[in-house]
Design a protein around this ligand. Structure first.
Ligand SMILES: [Zn+2]
Ligand SMILES: [Zn+2]
Length: 493
């Protein structure tokens, strides 16, 4: 899930839009400033993309420092895009302009879409700018088919396609219910309940969105399909289909979608199938199976609902600081009400940011490692005396083995590590580059190598992940229960 898109959505719709209108004589100046802001981010993106392309063309290859700088630059531009969009919404008053000045308030979905339009424009310009760099950094690692247009469509489908159905559902519901049942919003727990119900529903039907959003086709019969089917049957993994995700050879990636066993797809990109050996592809497939076997998706769902409980508790806590904020407002000679509202909003946003950065980041990295370990087990021969290594899925009738009882062997670990390394190279990633959600490729490879030398340490690792889950589960369940009690005491429900 593209995190920056979610942040942009929170910026646009999560905070209460300021009411009132912009004075008519100010409108032109503000629009000009807005265009200036959008042009500034676009110029940065084009600058970075062309710089990377020029460096690669001059050196004849993509060197590690160029890759690193391009990655860092891309991240800074993502942050810059969000900052400019926040400025457009909250300082230039874009929502006021759209809703009050132009009278779009109450136009179901149209109003929301226009409020979000500047971010979409920024995003398309940034992708266009980075395109030259992205293409150059992939030189020698499979060719990208198609030009800028295809690239833009792919990126847009990839990031918006998955989130859009959720947003549409949510906003339509929000706008419609506000008309049909206006009292609903007054209930303290209305919002968390909506998010919980909607979140669970979306997780269940997410395979439908994937098929709509991404161009895919069923993996044709052949040695790879036979191998994957045999391995999946061996460990008892159930799925609807294995799909090839057509990215015009732009991405080496895989993913799994759906929480119901009878309705779930595993996707492998076209470039992954082309560049990895069938054994390496099976290891990546195993990583995705690992996410399912360890129930990562439902736990993430629970995590988000629990975080809402925690957030609502914090909101109640911060509310009690209202007199202090109002005093501060009077001392600084600004409106006490405005100071209170801004102060509470900033404290809550800071808390939420810190919580996600630290706790969600750590949980996500642990889960990735757990899936990595499972990927290695998936292609391991289960023999303690390996080598010699036996390829269990080379024959059709391998013995069934429950996923929980699989073990790793050194060759299995090597296969998975090779797969991970070539995914990094083909995606133009810097192996040392840190990733908040996945950890750096180098640290994942080091961990696997260490595990291959000390197979007994796996148990310690699995116990530590279980402890993290149980601890978080307890804290978040408690937060949800407490927030319900607080809501009930206030007479909300
Ligand atoms: Zn993963
Ligand atoms: Zn082996």
């Amino acid at each position: 899930m593209p995190v920056s898109l979610l942040i942009a959505l929170v910026l646009a719709f999560g905070l209460d839009a300021p009411r009132g209108r912009i004075p008519a004589e100010d409108v032109t100046a503000r629009l000009a400033m807005m265009l200036g802001g959008v042009a500034f981010v676009a110029a940065l993106a084009f600058g970075l993309g062309l710089w990377a392309a020029w460096r690669v063309a001059r050196a004849g290859h993509a060197s590690a420092p160029v890759r690193r700088r391009f990655t860092i630059g891309t991240r800074l531009i993502t942050i810059g895009s969000l900052a400019v969009y926040a400025w457009i919404i909250h300082s230039l008053g874009w929502s006021k302009l759209v809703l009050a000045n132009w009278g779009l308030h109450g136009w179901v979905l149209i109003d929301d879409l226009v409020v979000f339009l500047p971010y979409l424009a920024i995003q398309i310009l940034v992708w266009s700018g980075l395109f030259a760099g992205e293409r150059a950094l992939r030189v020698g690692h499979g060719t990208m088919t198609g030009g800028l247009g295809r690239y833009l469509v792919l990126r847009a489908r990839q990031s918006i396609g998955l989130v859009l159905p959720v947003i549409l559902l949510y906003l339509a519901r929000h706008d419609l219910i506000a008309r049909v049942w206006p009292e609903w919003d007054r209930y303290e727990l209305a919002e968390p309940l909506e998010v919980a119900v909607l979140g669970g529903f979306v997780l269940m039907i997410s395979p439908i969105f994937v098929r709509i959003a991404w161009p895919t086709h069923s993996l044709p019969a052949g040695p790879l399909r036979r191998r994957l089917e045999s391995a999946a049957a061996r460990v008892g993994f159930k799925y609807t289909d294995i799909l090839v995700w057509d990215t015009g050879n732009m991405m080496v990636n895989a993913c799994v979608t759906g929480i119901l066993p009878g309705f779930r797809y595993v996707l492998l990109t076209d470039a992954l199938i082309e560049t990895l050996t069938p054994l390496e592809a099976a290891a990546v497939f195993g990583h995705e199976v690992g996410h399912v076997v360890h129930r990562h998706l439902p736990f993430f769902g629970f995590f988000f609902i629990g975080s809402l409980g925690l957030l609502s508790l914090c909101a109640s806590g911060v509310e009690s600081a209202a007199p202090a904020f109002e005093r501060l407002g009077r001392a600084l000679d600004v409106s006490a009400g405005l100071m209170n509202e801004t102060g509470q909003g900033v404290v809550l946003l800071l808390f939420l940011g810190l919580f996600f950065w630290q706790v969600f980041g750590r949980l996500s990295r642990r889960f990735e490692r757990q899936a990595d370990v499972f990927g290695a087990k998936f292609v391991s021969c289960q023999a303690s005396a390996c080598p010699p290594h036996v390829d269990l899925d080379a024959s059709v009738c391998a013995l069934a083995q429950p996923a929980q009882s699989l073990t790793i062997c050194p060759v299995g670990v090597r296969l998975f590590a090779d797969a991970l390394a070539s995914v990094a190279i083909h995606n133009g990633l810097d192996p040392q580059g840190r990733s908040w959600r996945h950890g750096s490729i180098a640290s994942r490879l080091d961990f696997l190598a260490w595990l291959a030398r000390n197979p007994a340490a796996e148990r310690t690792f699995q116990t530590s992940v279980s402890r993290l889950r149980v601890g978080l589960g307890l804290v978040l369940s408690l937060a949800v229960c407490l927030s319900i009690v607080v809501g009930w005491l206030r007479g909300g429900i």
